[in-house]
Design a protein around this ligand. Structure first.
Ligand code: 3PG
Length: 418
């Protein structure tokens, strides 16, 4: 079972003439040179909650982040985000490039019902960034002493969180305000959790998990969890995860692929792969053919004919057809990680075929993680999927059975009637 959870729905509180602090996740992909927003998906998904609050007479202070310590070039002001929000909401969202300093405090105090103000990038503050989170592990109650909470909590009547994509962050903006303000969960937070719980706790059968991509530790932690709990009837492995499964079965994948794997320290997954194949017989599907790179072009190879001379940027056509048939007959399909290097035309057909199968199946379909959503958007209309999750790291942790600090904080606020 996934994390037990009760959260107060947005609709249960009265927002008329209240100052509401709402935390959203509108962290968006940026153009590396211009730092302009490339994709407004997360901003769009934040709109229903913000509209509800404004329509019901709240004065809104909006908190959000962009970038991270590892992604420090994206730690930029949120002015463009405010502009996009204004367009989507059909009303002006002000911006102040200050999170909780004197200018932000004055601007919040001046807010009138129906007005919205986006505060500066909350990750300007040391106490919000993941390096601080890992070095100084504070409980939410201890975070009441953080600058952000000391400065902002007294200005607001209610706290709303709609930032599931950052639910894995034990940061003051995510988990501390619930200690002192009446708190509710936004609509996106509810929807994301409901879609993932449906996959984890009560999937229509057979439930199929398609795991590919390069984030092997994510794929392996989810795989183990859904095999152990029985949430998955079948795992379709592809991408580097598929190659590691083949290595675990004793296939000779060749020098180039072995070097690719060991350069990234991914060989540590071969032993767990062997264990999973042994412990869960018949539930893990492994590629029967691959597309090998030869002089930059595509050469199909059956697994029996391995090794190839280079790496394998795609699954082979037979594997794609076999997996597509499994997807067609499924009751639930969850996808994380593209099956191949779909950006390269020569190696896109495995990914294209499986996303088309996803589009055409009657199963309940969920795709999550930035790379997978971009891959899906390239080949099909995202509207043909049942749910597209905005989260990456938070979703992987949820599906791996790891407790998420945000959900714990929302549950505690619910139980204590805060
Ligand atoms: C994301 O992009 O996954 C969320 O915004 C959280 O970002 P983070 O992993 O940098 O905390």
């Amino acid at each position: 079972m996934s994390q037990r959870l009760h959260m107060r729905p947005l609709e249960e509180l009265n927002y008329a003439d209240k100052r509401v602090l709402v935390r959203v996740d509108i962290n968006s992909p940026l153009d590396p040179k211009t730092h302009r927003i490339l994709n407004t998906n997360r901003i769009e998904k934040s709109v229903p909650t913000l509209s509800h609050l404004l329509d019901n007479g709240a004065a809104l202070g909006i908190l959000a982040h962009q970038g991270d310590t590892l992604n420090y070039r994206d730690l930029v002001p949120l002015e463009e985000h405010a502009g996009v929000l204004s367009g989507l909401l059909g009303r002006e969202v002000g911006y102040i490039d200050d999170v909780a300093g004197p200018a932000a405090v004055e601007a919040v105090k001046a807010l009138k019902p129906g007005q919205a103000l986006l505060l500066g990038n909350v990750r300007y503050l040391t106490e919000e960034v993941s390096s601080f989170e890992n070095a100084v592990t504070l409980k939410p109650s201890e975070m009441l002493d953080c600058y952000l909470v000391r400065r902002l909590a007294p200005l607001f009547d209610i706290y709303v969180n709609d930032a599931f994509a950052a639910a894995h962050r034990n940061a003051p903006s995510m988990v501390a305000f619930q200690e002192v303000l009446p708190s509710a969960a936004g609509r996106l937070l509810f929807d994301e959790v409901a879609a993932l719980r449906k996959v984890m706790d009560a999937p229509a059968r057979p439930a199929v998990f398609l795991l590919g991509g390069l984030k092997i530790s994510d794929a392996f932690s989810m795989m183990l969890k859904v095999l152990e709990t029985g949430a998955a009837d079948t795992i379709l492995t592809c991408g580097v995860t598929g190659i590691i499964m083949l290595m675990a079965q004793g296939a000779d994948v060749g020098e180039a692929m072995r070097t690719f794997i060991s350069d990234r320290s991914l060989d540590v997954f071969v032993e767990p792969a062997r264990t999973y194949l042994r412990d869960y017989p018949g539930r893990i599907e492994v590629p029967s053919d691959l597309a090998c790179q030869v002089d930059g072009g595509r050469v199909e190879m059956s697994v029996a004919a391995l090794p190839g001379t280079d790496i394998y940027p795609d699954i082979g056509r037979d594997t794609a057809e076999r997996y597509a048939r499994i997807i067609a007959a499924a009751g639930t399909v969850f996808v994380n990680g593209p099956p191949g290097v779909y950006e390269d035309e020569a190696f896109a057909c495995g990914t294209k075929r499986l996303f088309e199968a996803l589009r055409d199946t009657d199963a309940y379909t969920v795709v999550g993680g930035g790379d997978s959503v971009s891959a899906a958007a390239r080949f099909i209309d995202l509207k043909d999927l049942d749910y597209v999750c905005t989260a990456g790291g938070a979703m992987v942790r949820f599906l791996s059975g790891i407790e998420l600090p945000l959900l714990t904080a929302m549950q505690k606020a619910f139980e204590n009637n805060i």
